[in-house]
Structure formats: structure tokens, C-alpha cells
Write a new protein. Structure first.
Length: 504
């Protein structure tokens, strides 16, 4: 009966469901009465989402015409929420090819509507003079609008919501720097929009009349400079007013490095954001309200959007983060533990530690690792490793956690990615720092032959070339201190937690 009911519902295809907006759009579409199909390169990342069991998930890449053709079958509305930002110098070409495939397959499948979320472009600036990021977004919108399928191309500037890259950048800059020497773009006018309004517009566009095919500017009611946004953030977060000193000679490249040093946003994402902030991005119209009316007659105000986002952060209710999407260039090969593994050398550091505590207490410590809780050995060494990673363009150690207590497959965790979670038994992390090889860290909870709680820890490294081998052997003398101390301290933390539980 449930399958039959789902087959009678209008079907929405969501690309980019593992990303920040896509991961929030899926439950909104389900609540609005759509059957949802998600196309993802790594479907396993969606496994632990609360809505996963109610969603059809297909494996495939947006640049694979066959996968897109299969995903489009029987679809009423198709959401294009992907981009190649940060994937390298050829990202515009990748975006162009993906949009052309999506447009062609949507028309061939008889899709009723395409909905796209792109970037707001400045009035009067020729497309060729835009930053590569904004130029690519504009080109994708044009390709989809020319597809022959009615298309709604939403154009947003800065999206404010818990976990968004723009919000995290604003939050870290304001909270960490009471005095700032800033780029000149802090004086540029911007029209931010709350993520709740973005989601409402995206869902509402699915039901637009068939004769509507155009761009829509979406923004909140406030037009602010970035300097205003930082001061407003300080006020909402109950921080003292910030001293902000613009310096014209800070180029977009220097700006991105500055952002990378202060915030968790890596330079590969920070630079396109910084380049885009050079332009005044203010809505030219608000026609979307004629078709998707705003509650109370206007979108969510900037201060209210900040307050909502901060409440989510403080209550550990961040459902998706900018870092949900895979880091470009990060390893994606399977863990090399299959019997058929023939990939060359595989170094490992394995440790076991008996723990005088219940398995449940040990698991709480394991699942709570990273972020504010740290890594249970030589904090300074981990911080230095994070800074070194940032200096070579990596993600560094400051991405933290989406949730302070729970992990799910696909979560970013400092400079790791959660590859597998078997609650109460196994946590496997894949390294996303810049390395001459692939690395994993695996933690297990079990019992030994005597029935005692047993903590297992395994670090694996698959080197790439001579540099990879040299890297492993250069750091192996520190393993006894770092990994050995980590195992002992995790066991001690579990024993302390277990003792407190018994005392209660």
C-alpha cells in the first residue's frame, strides 16, 4: 500500500542531496507531499539521515549521462543543486558539462519543471567580468533556462543558516577577532537571505505554472554591508562591538588566505566566496512573492535569521553543514581491507586497551571524539598538524562536529570524514587532510575472552609513491606517543564516565 501511495505522488529528483541545501530540501519536499528520489555519488552518506528510509536513493554522478537518464525517469520536478566549486581551475567546464547533461536528460524524460539555486549577480557588470564562481552560476542558469523545460532559476547572495559556509565565515570572523584588518569588500552592499526562506521558495517553485520560466532574485528584507553584518552578528550574539579597519590592498587571494586562517572554511571555498563579495549583490526584484507568498508579508529579517542559526548551533541541532559535501581531491577509494586487496603497501598501527567500564560508556567517548572534546593525546600536536594542513590548502582541524554527541556516515569531523558508524561497535574515519596517500582511523568497542570491555584502535595508511613511504616512516617514531596515548586516554575517559554513571 505504501509503495502504491508513493507511486501516485508527484516525484521530485534532488541532486546534491549530500550537500548543505539538498540535505535540508529533501525532508521539506517529503512534508509537502512529494515522493523524493536523490542522485548521489556516495549514497552511503545519506544512510543515517532521518528521512533516508522514505527516499529513493540512486548512485550516480551528475556528469554521467546514463545515471542522470535513469534518475529522470518518471520525475515531475528536478532540482539542480550541485556545482563544482573548489574542484580546480577547470570547474567552469565541469559545471557547464553537468548542466548540459541535466538539461538534455530532463527534456528527453518529459520532466515538467527544473528548479535551480544559483548566485545573485550584480547589476550592470558584464558576465565576462564576473568572478569565475558567479560567472559559472550565471552560465548554468542560462543552460537550464534554454533547455526547453520550464525552469525557475533562483538567485541568492549570502545564505544565513546554521552550518552554511557564509554563516560559518561570518560567525568565526566576528567571534574570534574583536579587532579586524579587513579587505575593502566589507563595505560592499549585500542582501542576505535566511535558509528557511530559500527552502520555502525551492519547494514552492515546484508548483509554478508551466508558462513561468525565468530567474527570480531571492533575498531578505535587509540590505547591509559585510561590515554591518559582522556588527549585527556581534549584537545578536551578545558580543562587544567590533573594530573593523578596511585595507584596500588585500586582494581576493590574500582575503581567502586570511579567511582560511581564521575560519573553518578552506581556501578552495573561501576564495570564490571572497571574490564574489567584491560585487554589490542586491535583488533587482522580488517577483517570487507573487507565486510563493512570504509569511507575514516579508521574508525573515537578518537579525532573526542569525538568532535562529545561533540557537541551532547552541542546541546542537544543525541538520546539515557546508562541509557535508565531499572535499575536492579527498580520497574516495574503499578501505583496503578486502581479501582481494592488491593495492601495494598498507601500513598499520594497531592497539588494544582493556577498559574497566561498560561498553556503553566507552562508546560514548568514542562517538564524542573530535571537535571540542579533542583527540585525547598531545593536543598541541593535533593543532600543529591542523595548521600545517591549512598552510598547504587542506581543510585543517577546525571544521569540528555537526553534533556534539552523535555521528552519522558522511559527517565531517575536523580533518576526517565519517566513513562508517556501527552504533556501539565501530567508528571508522577517513582522512581528508593533505597526505601523500590514503589514511583511515578505526575505533572499535567489544569484549575480550575474559568478558572485559575492550577498546580497539587501528590507523591505516596506503602510501602514494616514495613520498608516501617516507611520510609514514618519518612519523612512525611518534606513533607510540600519539596513538598509544590516545588509546590510554580514551580508556581513562570511559572509566571516569562509567564511574560517574555508577555514582549517579
Amino acid at each position: 500500500m505504501a509503495d502504491h501511495a508513493a507511486s501516485t505522488l508527484p516525484r521530485a529528483l534532488v541532486t546534491g542531496a549530500t550537500g548543505y541545501i539538498g540535505g535540508r530540501l529533501v525532508p521539506e519536499l517529503l512534508a509537502a507531499g512529494y515522493a523524493v528520489r536523490a542522485l548521489a555519488r556516495t549514497p552511503e552518506k545519506l544512510r543515517d539521515h532521518p528521512w533516508a528510509a522514505r527516499t529513493e536513493v540512486l548512485r550516480g554522478d551528475i556528469t554521467d549521462a546514463g545515471a542522470v537518464r535513469t534518475a529522470m525517469a518518471g520525475v515531475d520536478v528536478a532540482y539542480y543543486l550541485v556545482h563544482a566549486l573548489g574542484t580546480g581551475r577547470r570547474f567552469e567546464e565541469t559545471d557547464r558539462r553537468a548542466a548540459q547533461i541535466f538539461a538534455h536528460q530532463a527534456r528527453a524524460a518529459g520532466v515538467r519543471r527544473i528548479v535551480y539555486l544559483g548566485g545573485l549577480t550584480p547589476r550592470g557588470v558584464p558576465e565576462r567580468d564576473l568572478s569565475p564562481h558567479l560567472r559559472s552560476r550565471a552560465e548554468v542558469a542560462r543552460i537550464l533556462l534554454d533547455s526547453g523545460v520550464p525552469t525557475a532559476a533562483l538567485r541568492a547572495a549570502v545564505i544565513i543558516g546554521s552550518g552554511s559556509a557564509s554563516f560559518e565565515m561570518l560567525r568565526y570572523l566576528t567571534e574570534r577577532l574583536p579587532v579586524m584588518v579587513t579587505p575593502s569588500w566589507v563595505r560592499t552592499r549585500i542582501q542576505p537571505v535566511a535558509v528557511r526562506d530559500v527552502l520555502r521558495y525551492l519547494v514552492g517553485c515546484a508548483r509554478l505554472p508551466d508558462d513561468i520560466s525565468r530567474t527570480f532574485d531571492i533575498g531578505g528584507p535587509d540590505i547591509l554591508t559585510y561590515r554591518d553584518m559582522m556588527q549585527r552578528y556581534a549584537r545578536v550574539a551578545a558580543l562587544p562591538e567590533r573594530l573593523i579597519l578596511p585595507v584596500p590592498m588585500l586582494t581576493p587571494r590574500l582575503s581567502s588566505l586570511w579567511i582560511g586562517l581564521v575560519t573553518p572554511v578552506p581556501p578552495g571555498i573561501a576564495r570564490p566566496l571572497a571574490e564574489s563579495l567584491r560585487y554589490e549583490v542586491v535583488c533587482h526584484e522580488h517577483d517570487i512573492a507573487r507565486y510563493v507568498p512570504d509569511p507575514d508579508g516579508r521574508p525573515i529579517a537578518f537579525d532573526d535569521a542569525l538568532a535562529l542559526a545561533l540557537r541551532r548551533v547552541r542546541d546542537a541541532e544543525v541538520t546539515t553543514r557546508w562541509s557535508n559535501a565531499a572535499v575536492p581531491g579527498a580520497p574516495s577509494d574503499p578501505l583496503p581491507t578486502d581479501p582481494a586487496w592488491a593495492g601495494g603497501s598498507l601500513y598499520s598501527d594497531c592497539r588494544e586497551q582493556a577498559v574497566d567500564a561498560p561498553p556503553e560508556a566507552l562508546w560514548r567517548v568514542v562517538e564524542g571524539i573530535g571537535g571540542e572534546n579533542g583527540w585525547y593525546s598531545l593536543p598541541l600536536a593535533w593543532v600543529v598538524r591542523g595548521w600545517l594542513d591549512r598552510l598547504v590548502g587542506g581543510v585543517g582541524l577546525r571544521r569540528g562536529r555537526r553534533d556534539a554527541r552523535r555521528l552519522r556516515v558522511g559527517d565531517s569531523l575536523d580533518f576526517w570524514r565519517v566513513e562508517e558508524v556501527d552504533p556501539g561497535r565501530l567508528l571508522r574515519l577517513r582522512a581528508e587532510m593533505r597526505l601523500p596517500g590514503l589514511a583511515w582511523l578505526e575505533m572499535t568497542v567489544g569484549r575480550d575472552a575474559q568478558g572485559r570491555t575492550l577498546y580497539g584502535q587501528r590507523a591505516l595508511f596506503h602510501p602514494h609513491g616514495l613520498t608516501g613511504h617516507a611520510y609514514w616512516w618519518s612519523i612512525s617514531p611518534f606513533h607510540a606517543v600519539v596513538f598509544g596515548g590516545m588509546a590510554r586516554n580514551i580508556a581513562a575517559a570511559a572509566e571516569h564516565s562509567g564511574a560517574q554513571g555508577l555514582a549517579c
